[in-house]
Design a protein around this ligand. Structure first.
Ligand code: GDP
Ligand code: IMO
Ligand code: MG
Length: 423
């Protein structure tokens, strides 16, 4: 069985929790795109794991985690994460694989990300400043450096020196401190020693796993509204987020996927800049942000809040071919008198589909809302659909009817078992 989990809004939908839960019986868990701009939280009892690179299902006993070729990796972040997991007595020896095709996020990529953001001034995009854009740019312009080079040290030194010298000239133009090449090489030598045991041809491992009909969970990062092609670019991240990224990012064929789970938060959050049609301000936004702890897992930034935008979700579930919805953080809406969802966009008095909207249209259009009476009950302990307040049931049923996709799982708490499983 192959399950793909994909964020269907602007990220932070609760993918980490869902991946851990659906990964309970998995043999292999795969990250296939993005980098450590992702922050996926898994909560087990009092313990919180914020994963940036290691697949979020790793804590499940049987799981082997694969960081496949489509992922870009800041090796220092990865080492910190390995330490975090191993400190809890979970050995990652033979339990974690990094593709030798993964590109490395270098210090100059982070410096360039930062420098571009600062130079953009009031037009800054609000990137995570983790070097994502510059690393993907180097990848497609043949200036990237992969784990393959890290294995073959002499090639690494040659390429790193060449790239760093050029990047230092650019950084100088920005008025930014250049990278100390000698010092960096000492650090990379240590990184190499530490990570060598994990570096493998992940394609072979995954090919064999698929052939052996193993249980595989594919962990999407970010959200489809941030997809480098289908977002209101440039308010995007550097990778494709749609299901096709599975193929390019891991080698697993898209037609082998059994289920695509679209993770949809019961409201909306967004970090970074860019138009957000259903954005809320003031008391309701503050209330939801505080109750939902909507502060970035990667950067700690307060997240922007909005009503659930079903016009956008209809667009993104179409792009991923989702056949199941996971509705998350429904517990956070308890106590609101009224809950709204956006069911369409009006631009210049006419209907406009989300797919036709660039950032200019998104900033100007009017969302069309449907309003629901709220519910006051705490639903975080509920485990059966029929036990939910009637208004809450209506909200769920409207969503699946609108999207024509069943809400198969409802998440009512951060803890891994806080779920309502529907048939
Ligand atoms: P991801 O990037 O999609 O994995 O999401 P994040 O981990 O960045 O943010 C989701 C946050 O909501 C995390 O703090 C989760 O622990 C938490 N969370 C996930 N699902 C639920 C839920 O159903 N209810 C509540 N209250 N919190 C949840
Ligand atoms: P997870 O996987 C929320 C956003 C950034 C910024 C834009 C570009 O945790 O859902 P980047 O650093 O990628 O160049 O920033 O993309 N972004 C995310 N927002 N959750 C994420 O990941 C994100 N990954 C990127 O906030 O607006
Ligand atoms: Mg996140």
């Amino acid at each position: 069985m192959i399950n793909l989990i994909v964020g269907s809004q602007w990220g932070d939908e609760g993918k980490g929790k869902v991946v851990d839960f659906l990964g309970k019986t998995a043999d292999v868990a795969v990250r296939f795109h993005g980098g450590n701009n992702a922050g996926h939280t898994v909560v087990i009892g009092y313990k919180k794991y914020p994963f940036h690179l290691i697949p979020s299902a790793i804590l499940n006993r049987r799981v082997v985690g694969v960081i496949a070729n489509g992922v870009i990796v800041d090796p220092q972040v990865l080492i910190e994460e390995i330490d975090l997991v191993e400190k809890d007595g979970i050995s990652l020896k033979n339990k974690l694989i990094i593709s030798d095709r993964c590109h490395l996020i270098m210090p100059y990529h982070k410096a360039l990300d930062e420098a571009y953001e600062n130079a953009r001034g009031k037009n800054k995009l609000g990137t995570t400043r983790r070097g994502i854009g510059p690393t993907f740019a180097d990848k497609v312009s043949y200036n990237g450096i992969r784990f393959y080079e890290l294995v073959n040290w002499d090639s690494f030194v040659e390429k790193f020196e060449f790239q760093a010298k050029i990047k230092n000239k650019i950084l100088k133009l920005f008025g930014v401190k250049p990278v100390d090449i000698k010092k960096a090489l000492v650090v990379y030598k240590k990184i190499r020693t530490r990570l060598l045991p994990y570096i493998k041809d992940s394609y072979q491992v995954l090919k064999e796993a698929v052939a052996a009909k193993k249980n595989i969970v594919l962990e999407g990062a970010h959200g489809v509204m941030l997809d480098v092609d289908f977002s209101p670019y440039p308010f995007a991240t550097g990778s494709n987020v749609i299901s096709g990224a599975v193929n390019t990012g891991s080698g697993i064929l898209e037609n082998k996927i059994d289920n695509t789970w679209a993770v949809v938060k019961a409201y909306l959050s967004r970090v970074g800049a860019g138009p957000l049609p259903t954005e809320l301000f003031g008391k309701t936004a503050d209330e939801i942000r505080d109750r939902g702890h909507e502060y970035g897992t990667t950067t700690g930034r307060p997240r922007r809040i909005g009503w659930l935008d079903l016009e956008a979700v209809k667009f993104t579930t179409g792009l991923t071919g989702a056949n199941k919805i996971v509705l998350t953080k429904l517990d956070i809406l308890s106590g609101l008198k009224e809950v709204k969802v956006c069911v369409g966009y009006k631009y210049g008095g006419k209907d406009i589909p989300a797919s036709s909207c660039g950032y200019l249209e998104l900033a100007k259009l009017n969302p069309v809302y449907k309003s629901f009476p709220g519910w006051s009950e705490d639903i975080s302990q509920v485990r059966r659909f029929e036990k939910l307040p009637k208004n809450c049931q209506n909200y769920i049923q409207f969503i699946e009817k609108f999207l024509k996709i069943p809400v198969a799982l409802v998440s009512v708490g951060a803890e891994r078992e806080a779920n309502i499983i529907r048939k």
